[in-house]
Design a binder for this molecule. Sequence first.
Ligand SMILES: [Mg+2]
Length: 289
Amino acid sequence: MKFDFTPTKDFLIGIDSDGCVFDTMELKQKECFTPNTIRFWGLQGVSKYAREACDFVNLYSKSRGINRFLSLIEELDWLARRPEVKARGVKIDVPQSLRDWVKRETKLGNPALTAEVERTDDPGLRKTLEWSLAINDFVDMIVGSGVPPFPCVRESLEKMRGKADILVVSATPQDALVREWEEQDLIRHVAAICGQEIGTKKESLVLAAKYPKNRTLMIGDAPGDHKAALANDALFYPINPGDEERSWQRLGEEGLERFFAGTFAGEYQNRLVEEFNAHLPATPPWKTE
Ligand SMILES: [Mg+2]
């Protein structure tokens, strides 16, 4: 699907949804992903370390927001290198077939994995699929409806309205986005919702080319959001993981003002990115071998 949009304002603001507007990443990762990772990958004996590895990879590292199959491998690899895990004699097993599949597949999702399991009947891939489907069940069961936006989101949207075209730029399926933004009465602020089916974040932000330089801002919580902004020569306002409330408050108090006044690019932008990177380290806080 090719998405097009005619600017109605002088500025464009793209906003990511999961983990940025809504505090759903903590809930999904901690209550839906991690318990199933422990259950399916035999990590009961090292659950404490498994939880730390899952939190680190999915929430508080450079890998925040990456595809679930890639993050599974990364979590298990970190665990395998942890002395405490070795000391407990728990075997960490990453199927070679999974490593091979993520390397050759470009659409890493349940449909492609289902087809691959049917084709190969590989036990490692089958277990991965069961794990992935169980996560979806947990998300349906636990996330449900009614996760409100972070504090200060509504105030910031009010400040943007009238001055900027606002787009939701997200890798979440379109239906879920529309439902979440409608439920919380946020949809009236936005010009369009660009979910997974419209394109990648990078593709959706191509619209920045229709606005003058330094008049497009992407608001996001993961390195992928930053990359999408950079690829389209857009500015980036980070919602710092673990410090979301303060980030939104600052956006409303100074970030938006600077963006609309043309004083965002340069030193202010650099300072924000430095701070964002400091929130997402590349190596874990524990010892590895
Ligand atoms: Mg996000």
